[in-house]
Design a binder for this molecule. Sequence first.
Ligand code: SAM
Length: 235
Amino acid sequence: MPEAEKAGMVHGVFTRVASKYDIMNDLMSGGVHRLWKDAMMDWLAPRPGQKLLDVAGGTGDVAFRFLNRAPAATATVLDMTESMLIEGRKRAEAEKMAELLEWVVGDAMALPFPDNTFDVYTISFGIRNVVRIQDALKEAFRVLRPGGRLMVLEFSRIPNDLLQKVYDLYSFNVIPVMGQVVAGDRDSYQYLVESIRKFPDQETFAGMIRAAGFEQVSYRNLTMGVAALHSGWKL
Ligand SMILES: C[S@@+](CC[C@H](N)C(=O)[O-])C[C@H]1O[C@@H](n2cnc3c(N)ncnc32)[C@H](O)[C@@H]1O
């Protein structure tokens, strides 16, 4: 698919699902995405006063968790789909956290920030939607300050063929139907499951992170590899 077409399609998908995004996440994963995001925070160990950039941050799940764990931290949530950020801002107001957050419409491949700005860069279930993943990783490296850390949460590969087949059956058959019933949008959820299958496996993705300049790159599987966390440092 041509690059501009993919970007337009991803934007269309998230504009359509924005108002149902949080509830669909809970339904599709049986709430497990919350445990994965908590595991991300456990490994990240946010510290007081840190400046977080959460890219493809959508409705703010990662930023809220970060701020809840780190007093006096601040977070910038960047996403190319404004309707996702609007949902996030409503949540921030409801949770009385609005003054700690900034919401920016922008592209992961061309971040509107100077070099060496943030202590932490996170991207959760976002990078597989980015058209040129390597460009996004290079931008992450650029905007992190020396000593800063990247952490990526993304669907990954189950290193067991039988379990992978069971998971494929679930995702290809159940998720598009849930999308149809709950969000009235089968095609968007069909895209989401297909994009999961196209994303590189754990080792390949770790290599891409190293190629962007990060050091001490490592990963942890979550739920047997259904998802994985990748960590890297700008040293
Ligand atoms: C599945 S949602 C993830 C939202 C949130 N991070 C979470 O974990 O719940 C993916 C998000 O990636 C955003 N996105 C996709 N490509 C992007 C890009 N190139 N730059 C910025 N955001 C992008 C979409 O707009 C969407 O909000």
